[in-house]
Each structure stands twice: as structure tokens, then as C-alpha cells.
Ligand binder design. Structure first.
Ligand SMILES: Cc1cc2nc3c(=O)[nH]c(=O)nc-3n(C[C@H](O)[C@H](O)[C@H](O)COP(=O)(O)OP(=O)(O)OC[C@H]3O[C@@H](n4cnc5c(N)ncnc54)[C@H](O)[C@@H]3O)c2cc1C
Length: 462
């Protein structure tokens, strides 16, 4: 780094969606800003993501005819959905700022077509705003703002430590190139999906998936922010939170949904869920069954399972046949034999299938109300198949630095650490046991990124 040590008001660590937003917002208040990025390019996991933004009360919703939504309604839904096991002040802040921050992002050149608005979670209000061009378009739009604001960006430089002054205020960073001082720091280093040790420590539900588990994001998601913060006394929040997608574990391909033609049974041989439940809740429901369940189908269904845009890696006729030949999928000539091989009680499994098949004959699932694309298909043609599925694909991690509603990082004494702010996936204080919906991670990155940038600049100015 070539700048003099005390040149910056604000240093932002990490140039993903949260960090870039923080940098632009801080510079907009007149602060001098340095962004330090470990990777050779900006974007982190944000660049790879869909970039969906969960927000209420936006102009895009209005354009799409959703005129009744509001921050109050979003808050109510968020809190109820999480059984009030999330911190209200943080959720409230996100809900209140979601629409104005969304409009701010659109004003910086990101397009969110009204036609792409969708119901992204559990519920019936469309709050999932999809950008044209995905997360990469958001990253590029934000990055394009840096030069005109005089924001310095240093790539390929990993921040190793935070520096505090005599008063305990965070006043700089240390990289392998040396020290740089500043008035305040925003930590925006993303999650820790790529760090197996931190997964084991902070996300046991994901660790349970063993070698089935893999992370869909950037290899730079090493959880550096947790260590940087903890070294200066920060507390962590959000143990065992995140989002896991369900997979039969054949390969490292990303398929978000399960096909509607299979049924899931727990170790007792009972169905426990609508198999087409939103991905935001399915993983958690499987965890409640102990983390291991079986998908059951038959030969007629297997033979008809052709590739579609949604299913082209796992749930395809020839892949299923190959996996059965290899022994990854259990194949049996009778339900009794299938039960024996899966160690499921035969009577229970048979009863479950009889009930399901009877429902199929009568037009639908009377127990879990699963809706299928075509007519519901009974599972009755030998051979029968069982394959274990686990919530194992890690989308984002939810343990991170504990913050207050101003995104000041809190110490283990629950007091703000002066000069230290955080935003994005490195923050641990927002998510409950269930993911609110598509855009529920990326949206807060922008919302709290902007707030962190503004507050860090204000702190530096004092
Ligand atoms: C494929 C994919 C699809 C997704 N789709 C969605 C979606 O549609 N909606 C949604 O809500 N969420 C989605 N998510 C999750 C969401 O995208 C992420 O939670 C979010 O983008 C994280 O943003 P961030 O800025 O916090 O971190 P990142 O974008 O990961 O940025 C962090 C940056 O910090 C850098 N860094 C790390 N350590 C250091 C260090 N010590 N020094 C300097 N730099 C460092 C990294 O290199 C990285 O560039 C998706 C994730 C993935 C991977």
C-alpha cells in the first residue's frame, strides 16, 4: 500500500456487495475511503449470487401491483416466521431501511424489472427483487461508483489484524504490506462457508452432512471477519445459523429443489413434509427428523424422470439408474426388501405408501397438500428405490459478529467497540432458525452495508 498511514477516514475490509456499498455510502458523506480486498477481483460470493433483494414497500412492488406491502408488514412476518427468536431492533432496522436502500441501489444503475418480482419465501407477498444480470451486475454497478468518488481500492491484499489506539478505538488495519491507519473500519469479509474448521465450530448442522457438504460461494469466504473482530474483543452471534439445500450427494451440482414425484420418509418410515416445500424451510424440517431421511420412488417414476432446467444433475433417469447400479441408491424388488435395506420399519413404510398411493388415485395429497406438475404418481411399480438425502449444500453462513441496530460491532461486554462497524454475511445478528426467503441475505448486505458506511464515516468525522 502506498498511501500514508493516516490518510483515510474509513477503511472497508472486503469488496463484496456489503463492502462496496459501505464504501460508496461513506464516500457520499465526504469521507476518504480505502477498500482492501483479499482476492484479485472484487465481488466475493456476491458476484456469484443471484443478487436477489428481499424488501417491502418498493417502487418495483408498486409497479407490479403490490401496493399494500410495508416495513411494518415485513417486520411482523419476519418476527412471526422466526417465532420472535431474533433480535427485534436489528430486524426492525432492516425492514425500515429495505425500501429506501433498495431505491438507492436502483439509483446507482441496478435494474430490478417488475416482471421478475416473486414470492421468494414462505408467505404470499412478493418481496424477492431480482436484478437483471444477478449479483455480478450489482457488484459491477457499485464498483463503477468507486473512481468518481475518489475511493481507493487495493486488491490481492488480505487484512490480517485490526489496530486499536490507546483509547481502545479501532484505528487501522495490518496487512502483510504493513499498517494503514484510519478513523474507523467496516468489516465486510463475508461468511465462512469455505472454511471447514469454522463450519465445524459454528455450524454443526452443516458439519453433520460430513463429506456431502460443499459451499456454493467464493473460496475466499474464510470467516476472516470473525477472527479480526474477536481479536479486538468482539462477541459472536447466530450460532448454527445459515442455509442448507437438500441433496442426494451424488456430485457438487447446485439443484435448489426436489422433484414433486418422490416422497420423503423419516427413519420411522413416515412422511413428514410436503416435498415441494420452499427450500428456505425444507432443510430445517429434515434436521428435525435427525438430519437423515430417504427419498422413495419407483421404476415407472425413475424411467420418466427426464432432464429439465430445474433437474439436470441428480433426479434424471439415467443418473438414477447409474447410482442404483453403483449401490448409492438402494434398489429392491419389494417394499419389504426396501424397508429391510434402509432399516426402516416395513409395516410403517408400507402403510405410508398405501396411504400416499390411495391419495394419488383420488387426485391429490390429502395430508401435506403437495401440488404436482402433472397428475400425482403412485409409487407401486417394482423395482422400488430409496436414496438418502441430506441438507448439505451450504449457501451462506449465519454466525458472525454481534452488532447493534447501528451495525456497531459489540464487544463481549455488550458495548460498541469504538470505530468498528460490520455489514454483510460477516454479521451474525439478523437471522433466525429459518431463512426468510430469497434475497434475505443479499438484501441485508446492501441495507447494512450502506448504514455501516454512513455510520463509520460519521464516527470518523468525530
Ligand atoms: C451462488 C450463490 C447464490 C446466492 N444467491 C443469493 C440470492 O439470490 N439472494 C440472497 O439473499 N443471497 C444469496 N446468496 C448469499 C449472498 O449472496 C451472500 O450472503 C452475500 O453476497 C455476501 O455478501 P458479502 O458482501 O457479505 O460477502 P462477499 O460477497 O463474499 O464479499 C466478501 C469479500 O471479502 C473479501 N475478504 C475476505 N476476507 C478478507 C480479508 N481478510 N481481507 C480483505 N478482504 C477479505 C472476500 O475476498 C470477498 O471479496 C447466494 C450466495 C451464493 C454463493
Amino acid at each position: 500500500m502506498s498511501r500514508d498511514q493516516s490518510d483515510y477516514d474509513v477503511i472497508v475490509i472486503g469488496a463484496g456487495a456489503a463492502g462496496l456499498t459501505a464504501a460508496v455510502a461513506a464516500a457520499d458523506t465526504g469521507a476518504s475511503v480505502l477498500v482492501v480486498e483479499a482476492d484479485v477481483q472484487t465481488g466475493g460470493s456476491s458476484r456469484l449470487s443471484g443478487g436477489h433483494f428481499y424488501a417491502a414497500g418498493t417502487s418495483v412492488q408498486c409497479e407490479a401491483g403490490v401496493t399494500e406491502d410495508s416495513a411494518d408488514a415485513m417486520f411482523e412476518h419476519y418476527m412471526t416466521f422466526n417465532q420472535w427468536m431474533v433480535e427485534p431492533s436489528i430486524v426492525r432496522r432492516y425492514c425500515d431501511l429495505s425500501a429506501p436502500t433498495f431505491e438507492w441501489l436502483m439509483a446507482r444503475g441496478v435494474k430490478f424489472p417488475a416482471a421478475m418480482l416473486y414470492v421468494s419465501g414462505v408467505g404470499n407477498v412478493p418481496r424477492g427483487h431480482q436484478p437483471e444480470g444477478g449479483g455480478q451486475a450489482v457488484v459491477l454497478a457499485l464498483e463503477a461508483q468507486l473512481a468518481s468518488r475518489g475511493i481507493d481500492l487495493v486488491l490481492a491484499t488480505r487484512v490480517e489484524h485490526l489496530i486499536c489506539d490507546d483509547t481502545g478505538s479501532v484505528s487501522g488495519i495490518e496487512t502483510s504490506d504493513g499498517l494503514v491507519s484510519c478513523g474507523s473500519v467496516v468489516v465486510a469479509t463475508g461468511g465462512f462457508g469455505a472454511n471447514a474448521n469454522l463450519i465445524a465450530e459454528h455450524y454443526p448442522d452443516a458439519a453433520k452432512a460430513g463429506n456431502w457438504g460443499w459451499y456454493i460461494g467464493s473460496p475466499m469466504a474464510q470467516g476472516d471477519g470473525l477472527k479480526l473482530g474477536q481479536e479486538v474483543g468482539a462477541a459472536l452471534d447466530g450460532h448454527n445459523k445459515g442455509l442448507l439445500l437438500t441433496t442426494p450427494g451424488f456430485s457438487h451440482d447446485l439443484e435448489v429443489l426436489l422433484p414433486d414425484w418422490l416422497i420423503l420418509v423419516n427413519p420411522e418410515g413416515r412422511r413428514f413434509v410436503n416435498e415441494t416445500a420452499p427450500y428456505t424451510v425444507l432443510g430445517g424440517l429434515i434436521q428435525r427428523q435427525g438430519g437423515t431421511v430417504f427419498a422413495i420412488f419407483d421404476e415407472a417414476i425413475r424411467a420418466a424422470a427426464k432432464r429439465t432446467p430445474f433437474f439436470n444433475a441428480y433426479w434424471v433417469d439415467e443418473v438414477l439408474a447409474q447410482k442404483a447400479d453403483e449401490g448409492t441408491i438402494i434398489r429392491a424388488e419389494s417394499i419389504e426388501a426396501l424397508a429391510e435395506q434402509t432399516e426402516i420399519d416395513s409395516k410403517a413404510l408400507k402403510g405410508t405408501l398405501d396411504r400416499y398411493n390411495k391419495d394419488c388415485g383420488q387426485g391429490g395429497d390429502s395430508v401435506f397438500f403437495k401440488k404436482t406438475q402433472g397428475a400425482p404418481q403412485p409409487i407401486e411399480t417394482a423395482p422400488f428405490y430409496a436414496v438418502e438425502v441430506r441438507p448439505a449444500i451450504i449457501c451462506w453462513t449465519g454466525t458472525g459478529l454481534r452488532v447493534d441496530a447501528e451495525v456497531s460491532v459489540l464487544g463481549t461486554d455488550d458495548q460498541p467497540i469504538p470505530g468498528l462497524f460490520a455489514a454483510g454475511e460477516t454479521v451474525g445478528s439478523l437471522h433466525g432458525d429459518r431463512y426468510i426467503g430469497g434475497g434475505g441475505s443479499f438484501g441485508p448486505c446492501i441495507v447494512f452495508g450502506k448504514l455501516a458506511g454512513e455510520n463509520a464515516a460519521a464516527y470518523a468525522a468525530t
